[in-house]
Design a protein around this ligand. Structure first.
Ligand SMILES: [Zn+2]
Length: 288
């Protein structure tokens, strides 16, 4: 299959291009992270919110409405040049913007290095970028928009249907179903036992998408890692007395788990018993 063959560009060139691509995409992710929840809330009836789309109107300072010029819109560099403040009114610009750009660039670099220069790596980058946007949106708004989780689910299945082995497609198909149903049943069990809602439907759809991309056997490591990550954060918040028992978003932990697995590769799975589990279940995903 020529699509899987690694092209033989010099490695430093490939890694540099991948990092730059990640920076540019990270800049676009910031737009999605900021605007998509506002667009959805307006659609859901909050008429007082301004009408906007992902591309309109052009970027402007939320404080003084000054339009952002092209040289003020370069990923990372502009934030550093402006020292984190609006050029017109000097209102601080959130550190989240350069942080998202940096994370997107780092993820792209790591995936480019792990998986080599081929179409699969680009697909995995698209997967990782979408996950990054979902994690930040969930942290900020407690939403995991269908407009991101469902396309992620369908592109995962389509990708494996078009380009992967039959074994992996079967695992992806099962992964989507088991991913959704596992959290769905946990949700109902928790609700019946305690009368409270621990998770939302967005979490089920996100785990279904993770199953569709990584295959059913990856769901166990993902659930284990995300639980550890969630418990750690809850513990830190409790120690700092910032947590009074309110439900915390679970989406970011699912994302962290999936990205750790994807980027950590065999070094990660060889820790604990994960390698045995992936061997027993004949995991067909190609993890370097
Ligand atoms: Zn301003």
């Amino acid at each position: 299959m020529p699509l899987w063959e690694t092209a033989d560009w010099p490695l430093p060139l490939w890694l540099t291009l991948a990092t730059l691509l990640g920076l540019v995409i990270g800049s676009f992710l910031n737009v999605v992270i900021y605007r998509l929840p506002l667009m959805l809330r307006r659609e859901w009836g909050e008429e007082h919110l301004p009408e906007l789309t992902l591309s309109w109107p052009g970027s402007h300072c939320p404080s003084c409405q000054a339009p952002v010029r092209w040289w003020q819109n370069l990923p990372l560099i502009s934030w550093l040049l402006l020292r984190g403040r609006c050029a017109s009114c000097a209102t601080p610009i959130s550190r989240l913007y350069p942080l998202v750009e940096l994370t997107a660039a780092l993820l792209s670099l790591l995936l480019a290095w792990r998986y080599g220069m081929n179409l699969q790596t680009l697909a995995l980058m698209g997967f990782a970028w979408t996950l990054l946007a979902l994690a930040v949106i969930d942290t900020q708004t407690r939403l995991l928009p269908d407009r991101l989780t469902l396309p992620l689910l369908w592109t995962g299945l389509t990708w494996h249907w078009l380009f992967s082995s039959e074994a992996l497609f079967n695992q992806a198909f099962l992964g989507a179903i088991i991913g959704y149903l596992s959290l769905w049943s946990l949700y109902w069990l928790f609700k019946l036992l305690t009368g409270r809602e621990g998770m939302g439907y967005g979490d089920f759809k996100l785990l279904a998408a993770l199953g569709a991309w990584l295959g059913a056997p990856a769901l166990l490591p993902v659930i284990l890692l995300s639980s550890v990550s969630g418990l750690l954060v809850a513990l830190v918040l409790k120690l700092r007395a910032e947590w009074q028992g309110q439900a915390l978003p679970f989406g970011p932990h699912l994302v962290i788990a999936a990205l750790l697995l994807l980027v950590g590769g065999r070094e990660l799975t060889s820790l604990a018993f994960l390698d045995d589990w992936l061997l027993i279940t004949n995991w067909a995903f190609i993890l370097p």
